[in-house]
Design a protein around this ligand. Sequence first.
Ligand SMILES: Cc1cc2nc3c(=O)[nH]c(=O)nc-3n(C[C@H](O)[C@H](O)[C@H](O)COP(=O)(O)OP(=O)(O)OC[C@H]3O[C@@H](n4cnc5c(N)ncnc54)[C@H](O)[C@@H]3O)c2cc1C
Length: 486
Amino acid sequence: MARVVVLGAGIAGHTAALLLRQKLPHPHEVVVVSPKPTYNWIPSNIWVGVGMMKPEQVVFELAPVYRKRRIDFRQARAVELWPEGGADEPSPHVVVEAVGADGAAGERSRVTYDYLVNATGPRLNFAATPGLGPAANSLSVCTHDHAAQAAQALRGAIERLRRGDRLTLVVGVGHGTCTCEGAAFEYVFNVDFALRQAGVRERARLVFITNEAELGDFGVGGVHIRRGGYRVHSRTFAESLYAERGIEWITGAHVQRVEPAVLHYETLDGEEHALPFDFAMLLPPFAGQPIRAFDQAGADVTADLFAPSGFMKVDADYTPKPYEAWRASDWPRTYQTPRHRNVFAIGIAFAPPHPISRPLKSKRGTPISPAPPRTGMPSAVMARTVAESLYGMIVLGLPGPTRTASMAEVGASCVASAGASWFAGSAASMTMFPIVPDYEKYPEFGRDLHFTYGEIGSAGHWIKKLLHHLFLWKARARPGWWLVPE
Ligand SMILES: Cc1cc2nc3c(=O)[nH]c(=O)nc-3n(C[C@H](O)[C@H](O)[C@H](O)COP(=O)(O)OP(=O)(O)OC[C@H]3O[C@@H](n4cnc5c(N)ncnc54)[C@H](O)[C@@H]3O)c2cc1C
């Protein structure tokens, strides 16, 4: 009998847990440890953030789903990892801290495992920028609560615009090292759409601020796409979308601090600027969860298992190299940790070997360039890959993982909403293959242009809405859930 413990119940962890439970015969056990009682379909937080959806439409209770699927759910946060066991508990285990509403909050216990899947996602590092975040001077859409707060602020701004005020609304990323520029891109288009629907767009100045050196980089170094017989760079595609909507943009920016109604930022040329605002939704940089690791003797080995960013090291090549020496083969394939064959990290929790976009610094030496994105589709594909590898190792007795899903060998599709309405709405649909460019295989553009595509239109909105329902159906493990692909 083997026990697989999955840390985290987001896109990666929840997908892995459902697939593991489906594949592993009883009495093998699947345990999920996650601090929140709910699952959040994060991509639809964008619609919550403009008031087009209610928070309860993007979340559901995990406990009933896990009860039905016979997955053991512990509402707790992992705080320590003992992969060799320790003096008090000789088996590999995780120390978890309960966070339930039943008075057990803060109580620590040990959860032993035979196999561990770390899918703890990002720590939202608002503290990296003074004044950033919903507890301070800006808004976020990273969680459904943050998004509901942003929607309320947007309603307030629309009321003021209706009364005749002229306002500046800023959307973007709140630090020079952020990722998730695609989500900020999506939100700014939804804000633009909401303002137009409310008939107040002409009184609003809408500004997009990003750490990307140019629009359309998205943390993947931009993509070339085929459009109308031409090969177009995503910069052209993105700039034309912003220009058509009258959205101003500031690129190559590091937000230094956010004061109650003004944000300060530095640009790649080393200049410092101030931007007064009435509404600001700025995504935070991501870091790994603060989980410490110990060896059998109790020595702290956190730095061996985790990168300085807090993300877990897996089968990637972490040798420091200049941009010109980066290779597709640097990227992990199995997500197994090199030190422990029974520990895996997937989704945002794994440490990328390096960025994908060219790293840039301002003239003053401030790093200003996107961290690599790990969006929903690759996160879920990694979950399936690891679940299948674990089936091989546990049930078939294979010596190691057999399934692979390198981000340099898999593609991603992303449908970025540009307004939620059946008839007036639209979305930018993009596919790229592979996510990490491979210039050895595709010397010209690093990607296969037959599978790298971009388009905007109302069909994109219908697909996005359909995906919202399909992915929530799948996450709720409703009949036929496994037929819905990642
Ligand atoms: C606003 C927004 C919009 C987005 N839109 C899209 C989109 O349209 N398409 C797309 O593909 N991607 C999108 N993404 C990215 C997508 O949400 C992520 O790729 C995805 O959520 C990553 O999955 P994950 O499981 O790694 O992390 P998460 O989904 O964040 O899950 C992490 C889980 O770990 C739990 N956890 C945290 N700490 C601990 C701990 N110490 N112990 C145990 N559990 C812990 C959390 O509670 C959570 O359950 C968007 C992201 C944002 C922020």
